[in-house]
Unconditional design. Structure first.
Ligand SMILES: [Fe+2]
Ligand SMILES: [Fe+2]
Length: 138
């Protein structure tokens, strides 16, 4: 999986995290292609999960701060990804990971960056204000 400029959402921190996840997909694809042992694949999927969790948390806090109107829908999408990743990790335990299953996730991710992530970043750009959860002490 290769990073393409068309994936960029226009916020460097988010693009950098997206690039990190794209790189992990490349590493996982190679591991499956090279028929690495199931524990290596499992460990790489675990790294993907950690990156994805951290990244989704950042996006979701940005959405909350900016009062993004479609946050619930977007959070459900993130949950869907993590559930599919769970299922994929379980299949590595029974040594049945195929390219099809990892392709589903990488295609999902590409589409997510180009549509839903772009949509929420556009919202932040257009609304340009932050909703605080509370006022900090003076
Ligand atoms: Fe994202
Ligand atoms: Fe997202």
């Amino acid at each position: 999986m290769q990073w393409k400029d068309e994936y960029s959402v226009g916020i460097a921190e988010i693009d950098d995290q997206h690039k990190g996840i794209v790189d992990l997909f490349t590493v996982i694809n190679a591991a499956i292609d090279n028929r690495e042992g199931w524990s290596d694949v499992f460990f790489k999927l675990e790294q993907l999960r950690e990156h994805a969790r951290f990244h989704f948390a950042l996006e979701e806090s940005l959405m909350r701060m900016h009062g993004y109107s479609r946050q619930a829908e977007h959070v459900d999408q993130h949950k869907h990804f993590l559930e599919k990743l769970d299922q994929l990790q379980m299949t590595t335990l029974s040594r049945q990971v195929t390219m099809n299953t990892i392709h589903y996730l990488s295609n999902w991710y590409t589409d997510h960056m180009k549509t839903q992530d772009r949509d929420f970043v556009r919202y932040i750009i257009d609304h340009g204000k932050v909703n605080l959860t509370h006022l900090p002490d003076a």
